[in-house]
Design a protein around this ligand. Structure first.
Ligand code: M6R
Length: 607
């Protein structure tokens, strides 16, 4: 939540900062601001609302001269999204300006201390305490002041700092919030995400917790928390700037839906060698796996729903009990986890606060952790014992699509891998599953191609509160389908295990009530068909999702969306696609801000 950027070089900083902020806007879009050093003073420009408003105010940066600056796009936590609460914040003496992504947990105590010392606060933010603390700790040594200040902070922060006494220098500090340094030619940068850097450079340095960086146009120096300079490896970003742009699509979400066949291919192909699965740089031995008596999958939001789907695949193939647990619940739940538990931690961003906390909780109880993560170098990727990247490329739309399907692809891969290692699959079944897995990119493309009529269907169903129903693997898909609908179209959508309808929910079914029934689990399709009949008898309007060729469903449902036939183990990855499209077209018809839904942010780095 919140994105920060920094630039120092010979070019005008403001337009570069604004361009970077536009790339980070998915992280929060309540307010935006920049601070640029010029003529020995710091010019701060900030607005409540979107970056477009800030561009207008600053004439695309032309009105803010200077070659060194910082910028911020906010998802409000402490204080309403007003101009005053927008970052950057200035110290009382005007010497320091800061931008912050994260939360300072002890800010109230610090604020009281600083007020007692005579500091005047303008905003309600936790961030403003940091800038006054910097002024308080400053005795002519900026680096020392930054370190002293950081040592007093509890919580999470990625900070970008300007000081008038070092007019060509940026300072950046990281603790539990992402921060990446970009190495340019005669100019350097920092940002919360590489998407803001790739237009300028592909050479980056990932800062670790407790590290501080000092950037000038000619150099980048990184220090540990004791002030000792450290040598950091330079990583190369593997994707191009186009990957983080809309490429002709009206919305990132639609582009990312369309990218799913390629993204799933990228998640699978590098791990398949001559018909066998090879995990990246680690192996799980049969002996190790035999010592595992339970698998826990933990995550939040859609990543959790991917875990709910993956659970069925792992249990069916590996015959190990699997629990899917919401990370926000698990972290406080005194979980029954020990050294015999394998924990799969799923996260697109790799920065979700609750997921990180759940990971740490499981680690403290002795579990082995495998991260399934998209963002390279993210916190979860670093904390896990092993990480399987999902290789979805940058996902900009707040509602995840390719992030989710690539998580499923990796879970399927892992399920087959573990089953084979445990001797639960013979060679024939193993080869057959790998073959089916390899067909997924092609079948995803077919699924997209088959659903070109969805805009019309969406306008018939997505006009009021909706129910999504399904059983087993289809229920997991219904959960994700309902979430997609809620978050981008703001329509009320509930998902139910179809068998639960009779236990209460059916009381809500009235004339014309839209019900989306997922019927892609062949073993249970007849059961769900009975539920369709029951809700129809009470007036519901039913849109069913089924395998191509399912004629029985055509006679019962009002409308049917088809997907290609596939083994039930893998059906969720195809079935979710029409539901993503349904939500997209419903939101489009309602005129919603599809890529940046209200009240949300892409990466939820606060509890
Ligand atoms: O980055 P993560 O995968 O850890 O994020 C988890 C959820 O916040 C995320 O999936 C959220 O539910 C999305 N907005 C769903 O589209």
């Amino acid at each position: 939540m919140c994105g920060i950027v920094g630039f120092t070089g010979a070019r005008s900083a403001a337009p570069i900062l604004l361009k970077g902020l536009r790339q980070l806007e998915y992280r929060g879009y309540d307010s935006a601001g920049i601070a640029v050093l010029a003529g020995g003073a710091i010019d701060v420009e900030k607005v409540s609302g979107r970056i477009a408003k800030l561009c207008e105010k600053t004439r695309d940066g032309a009105a803010v001269p200077g070659v060194t600056g910082i910028g911020h796009t906010r998802w409000a936590t402490h204080g309403a999204p007003t101009d005053t609460n927008a970052h950057p914040h200035l110290s009382n003496d005007g010497r320091f300006a800061i931008v912050h992504n994260g939360i300072i947990e002890n800010y109230l105590a610090l604020r009281e201390e600083l007020i007692a010392d005579g500091y005047v606060f303008e905003s309600e933010t936790d961030t403003e305490t940091i800038v006054h603390l910097l002024e308080f700790n400053y005795d002519g040594d900026i680096k020392a002041a930054v370190m002293k200040t950081a040592a007093r902070l509890e919580g999470s922060y990625a900070l970008g700092i300007l000081c008038t006494d070092a007019p060509d220098t940026l300072y950046a500090v990281r603790e539990s919030s992402p921060l990446i340094l970009g190495i340019g030619v005669g100019e350097n940068y920092f940002a919360s995400d590489v998407t803001a850097l790739v237009a300028h450079t592909k050479n980056v340095i990932y800062l670790e917790d407790g590290e501080m960086a000092e950037l000038t146009s000619a150099s980048i120096r990184v220090y540990d928390c004791t002030g000792q300079e450290i040598k950091k490896p330079v990583s190369r970003v593997t994707w191009n700037v186009e990957a983080a742009e809309k490429g002709g699509y009206e919305h990132f979400m639609l582009k990312e839906i369309m990218e799913q066949p390629g993204a799933v291919k990228a998640a699978l192909v590098p791990r398949l060698h001559e018909g066998r699965i090879r995990l990246d740089d680690f192996e799980l031995s049969a002996e190790e796996l035999r010592g595992i008596n339970k698998i826990i999958i933990t995550a939040c939001g859609s990543a959790y729903y991917a875990g709910c789907s993956g659970r069925y695949a792992i249990e069916r193939l590996c015959r190990i009990p699997v629990q899917a647990e919401l990370a926000s619940e698990l972290r406080y739940g005194d979980p029954m986890v020990d050294e015999h538990t394998l924990v799969l931690v799923i996260s697109q961003s790799g920065e979700t606060a609750d997921t990180i906390a759940a990971l740490k909780e499981c680690r403290s109880r002795g579990a082995k952790i495998i991260g399934i993560v998209n963002v390279v170098g993210s916190t979860i990727a670093k904390l896990a014992d092993h990480t399987l990247y999902t290789w979805a490329g940058p996902e900009i739309a707040v509602a995840t699509t390719k992030g989710y399907t690539t998580q499923l692809a990796v879970l399927y891969l892992l399920a087959i891998y573990i089953a084979e290692r445990l001797g639960r699959l013979d060679e024939k079944d193993y080869a057959a599953l790998i073959k089916k897995l390899m067909q997924l990119p092609k079948l995803l493309q077919e699924t997209i191609d088959m659903n070109y009529l969805l805009p019309t269907v969406a306008s018939r169903y997505a006009s009021q509160s909706l129910f999504f129903i399904g059983r087993n693997t289809d229920y997991a898909v219904a959960l994700e389908g309902a979430l997609k609908m809620k978050e981008i179209s703001y329509l009320h959508a509930e998902s139910y295990a179809a068998g639960e309808l009779k236990h209460g929910t059916i009381a809500l079914i009235d004339e014309g009530q839209p019900v989306i029934a997922v019927c892609c689990n062949e073993a249970l399709a007849d059961k769900t068909l009975s539920n369709i009949v029951e809700v129809k008898a009470r007036g519901a309007k039913v849109l069913a999702l089924a395998f191509r060729g399912n004629t029985r469903i055509v006679s019962q449902a009002d409308d049917v969306i088809f997907i290609p036939r596939i083994d039930t183990i893998f059906s969720a990855i195809l079935a979710v696609v029409p539901l993503q499209l349904l939500a997209y077209y419903a939101a489009k018809e309602k005129g919603c801000d599809i890529d940046k839904p209200k009240n949300l942010a892409k990466s939820v780095t606060v509890e």
